[in-house]
Design a protein around this ligand. Sequence first.
Ligand code: NAD
Length: 338
Amino acid sequence: MTILVTGGLGYIGSHTVVELLQNNFQVIIVDDMSNSEKFILDNIEKIGGKRPVFFPFDLRRKELLSQVFDAYEIDGCIHFAAYKAVGESQEKPLDYYENNLFSLINVLQEFKARNISNFIFSSSCTVYGQADKQPIDENTLLKMPESSYGKTKQMGEEILKDYAIAYQKKVSLLRYFNPIGSHPTALLGELPIGVPNNLVPYVTQTASGIREKLSIWGNDYETPDGTAVRDYIYVVDLAKAHVKALQKLMNEKSETLIDVYNLGTGKGSSVLEVVEAFETANEVKVPYQICERRAGDITIAYANPDKAERELGWKADTSLEEALRTTWEWQKYLQTKN
Ligand SMILES: NC(=O)c1ccc[n+]([C@@H]2O[C@H](COP(=O)([O-])OP(=O)(O)OC[C@H]3O[C@@H](n4cnc5c(N)ncnc54)[C@H](O)[C@@H]3O)[C@@H](O)[C@H]2O)c1
């Protein structure tokens, strides 16, 4: 089976490509390297034992995309490619709508034209906004996200639902909670391009001295220690879920057109708990300061991942400490590399 992985040199994409290779899928990557680097491809090959076919272009270039479909018989797609920085999306909403939605639509046009099924979409727990109750299951009401980034995820889901019904194609919407960690080989991880938006890259860069102090945005939330609570899922566990979701889509016996899964651990951790776990796992200090709440941040979000366990036979089982240990190994690898 040949799978197109868009954004396959990115953080989650690269880990997923390795899992696909290890499960004997052929992989074709399209990535314009707007948020990735070529050495990731070499490292994928080192771990996965095979070099995926790689096309470095922007998915908005429809004619190039069409040529890939002409040249290869593609059986499915995992669509990671998107811009993902929440803050930046507020400053450049049009760039986010254009990239995230046109890239998606262009791939779907090819799928429709060539009658291909099996499409997996990287969605996010941001589609739930601040949910009324925790943990969040797949039936929780969707609320309009505050950021343009979050809106592109919600719109992407709507586009895919209409597409699946109109053309009778199978799709899977995977709503990730907060991916963290790096590959156990320390050869893949989240690249530190720009100022990190997410907590864990910020913690790592602070521990290594790149940043002076970690800013904790608010300690007056209604949570046990006052800091915001999220569900941190290890990226390799997350990558494995994609293989399971793909296998379910490709299973002839599976009749559902639209699968939706929350991918999280089911456990919420506060910012302070993450900092503490990082310090314990890696025996390093993370200096921090408490700042005012940041606009748009929600108080608490953690998944009910039971549906994924029931239907995909998948469960995130790596501990927070172990995930944070791999993050630190990746940081050390990046420092020796540069
Ligand atoms: N990392 C998270 O916290 C998180 C959480 C929820 C959902 N997601 C979603 O998961 C997906 C992957 O996230 P990630 O963290 O791996 O991001 P990433 O930025 O590391 O990976 C995305 C990849 O897509 C590529 N890309 C972007 N636009 C492209 C285009 N038009 N054509 C070709 N390539 C393009 C980038 O170069 C990058 O390699 C994204 O859709 C993101 O929105 C991420």
